[in-house]
Write a protein that binds this ligand. Sequence first.
Ligand SMILES: N=c1c2ncn([C@@H]3O[C@H](COP(=O)(O)OP(=O)(O)OP(=O)(O)O)[C@@H](O)[C@H]3O)c2ncn1[C@@H]1O[C@H](COP(=O)(O)O)[C@@H](O)[C@H]1O
Length: 101
Amino acid sequence: MSDANDDGEVLEAVFDVIEDRKETLPEDSYTASLFTHEKGENRALEKVGEESTEFILAAKDDDTEEMAEEGADLVYHLLVALSMHDVDVEALLDVLRERQG
Ligand SMILES: N=c1c2ncn([C@@H]3O[C@H](COP(=O)(O)OP(=O)(O)OP(=O)(O)O)[C@@H](O)[C@H]3O)c2ncn1[C@@H]1O[C@H](COP(=O)(O)O)[C@@H](O)[C@H]1O
């Protein structure tokens, strides 16, 4: 297992890409499509809900591989929702770090 710093770095790197997509809106980017979706922010929030449900169902089935896949989808869409509200991932990581003591 990697240490806490590595985990934070992965989240920060994905968040940086999300912020870049928000700024540049490339046509072939799934992330950009969430920022420009006709349903607006609701589309990204729907995805947070959908991925949460898929994660829960994977857990109920004790499908550990699927839990990792759906968990990653959930975290990614959570980061998009943070970015939509201009909340930096550092704020979330700071809370986790504080709780770590
Ligand atoms: N981590 C992710 C990530 N996780 C999940 N997804 C996308 O989230 C979507 C999840 O949708 P579903 O699983 O519901 O499947 P779907 O059928 O494609 O979606 P629906 O049509 O049902 O809405 C898929 O299209 C995945 O590709 C992600 N898309 C992007 N990233 C990160 O964002 C970066 C930039 O990606 P682009 O914006 O595509 O360039 C990538 O390099 C990754 O680091």
